[in-house]
Ligand binder design. Structure first.
Ligand code: F0G
Length: 385
């Protein structure tokens, strides 16, 4: 019964690793696929062709719960008592919630210094996670948590964990369900640590092998311009994925360059402020399977797109809006056609990271009076922000 109420575990047949009696579920994955003609117009698509897969309705407010229930279940199956992650905020909120609700494990969380939004940090703290802010950013925290969990035998739930990706495949199952199993032309998703992208590619490969779909959609992975490793390696350097050795070489050289120049990831979309995506190799496979493309979008493009998502319902956090900004870019390039059916993944809830949103929307006296009439409000009533 509870398994049926989970948007992840009702696909248990496709996630056979989990013994049913060990499954830890808190009602994750009950999300919606919402058509949006308003956002379709913004992107440049015909009416009826855009769908927003809104993952903000998950218990911890982001898509991470899809993967966390699977990793957490595996951790429980092998008797883990502590689970750790590095995070830009959503993974940690999700892990902390599963630990808090189930009381099966202690959550151990590494975050970059001053890097995560207060909304997300407050979730981890409230749910009782042991939370450590380290000197450095997400990439440093990721490196550190891998060392620490290895040394101390703590179960690692970052998306290097393959069970995370198993759970996140169900996002695509639900998209297909919402479209009566008619495969869309495009899935567009923000790229950070590249867990989602990798999981989506695997999902489509498997569904095709099982004969449940007869073709796969194309994949658009969208980096923030200030955190654009995948874009640089895949699109700019033009390294292709057929020869794994070359890929590893290209990535290693690129990371060396990053180190030498002390270049750090930097974007308003804090969730995807990542320069060393742990799923890089897996993601190349997903790009291969789904004839994918990668684009980078600026912070301004992200915020503009986010405002459109807000104005037409739902809302989302900045990182999520990268998908809409990227779809708009691909549409302007003619890579996505107006008649294509496109699904943009909205990865996290609007309330997760509201600081940038408030700064973006300003109403000045002129605008106020334009709407309300010239006597609406006097100059003296305006406080400076
Ligand atoms: N969108 C949101 C809201 C995220 O929190 C993340 C990743 C992504 C997109 C990128 O997804 O890593 O699968 O490519 N957040 C991680 C975290 C890194 O720690 O919460 P990805």
């Amino acid at each position: 019964e509870p398994l049926c109420r989970s948007g992840v575990w009702r696909f248990h047949d496709l996630l056979p690793f989990a013994p049913p009696e060990k499954i830890v579920t808190i009602g994750e994955g009950q999300t919606i696929l919402a058509p949006s003609d308003g956002v379709a117009k913004y992107i440049g698509l015909n009416p009826g062709q855009l769908f927003l897969q809104y993952e903000g309705m998950n218990p911890s407010g982001s898509f991470k719960d899809n993967g966390m229930t699977a990793a957490f279940t595996h951790a429980h199956t092998i008797g883990a008592k502590r689970a750790a992650c590095a995070s830009t905020g959503n993974t940690s909120a999700s892990l902390a919630l599963y630990c808090g609700v189930s009381k099966l494990m202690q959550a151990v969380i590494f975050i970059g210094s001053g890097k995560i939004s207060y909304g997300k940090l407050s979730q981890a703290l409230d749910y009782g996670a042991l939370t450590l802010q380290i000197a450095g950013d997400f990439d440093d925290a990721m490196l550190r948590v891998r060392q620490v969990s290895e040394q101390l035998g703590i179960y690692l739930v970052n998306s290097v964990n393959p069970f995370r990706l198993e759970g996140q495949k169900t996002i695509m199952y639900r998209v297909l369900e919402g479209l009566d199993w008619e495969v869309p032309d495009w899935i567009v998703v923000p790229g950070g640590n590249l867990g989602n992208s990798s999981a989506f590619g695997k999902a489509f490969m498997e569904l095709k092998e099982l004969g449940l779909i007869d073709r796969v959609p194309r994949l658009g992975i969208i980096n923030a311009a200030g955190a654009n490793t995948l874009y640089q390696l895949f699109e700019v350097n033009g390294q292709r994925w057929n020869d794994g050795d070359i890929d590893r070489g290209a990535a290693a050289n690129y990371y060396e360059e990053l180190d030498k120049s002390h270049r750090r990831a930097s974007t308003i979309a804090s969730a995807i402020e990542i320069n060393r995506p742990v799923n890089y190799q897996k993601c190349l496979r997903a790009l291969d399977i789904c004839d994918g493309v990668v684009r980078e979008v600026t912070d301004q493009q992200i915020l503009d797109a986010k405002a459109q998502v807000g104005a037409h319902g739902l809302g989302c956090e900045p990182a999520s809006a990268a998908s809409v900004a990227g779809a708009k870019m691909l549409s302007a390039e003619g890579v996505i056609a107006p008649s294509d059916r496109v699904v943009c993944i909205l990865t996290g809830h609007q309330l997760k990271d509201p600081t940038a949103t408030v700064a973006y929307h300003t109403t000045d006296q002129d605008e106020f009076n334009r709407v309300l009439g010239s006597r609406g409000v006097q100059r003296a009533e305006f406080a400076n922000r």
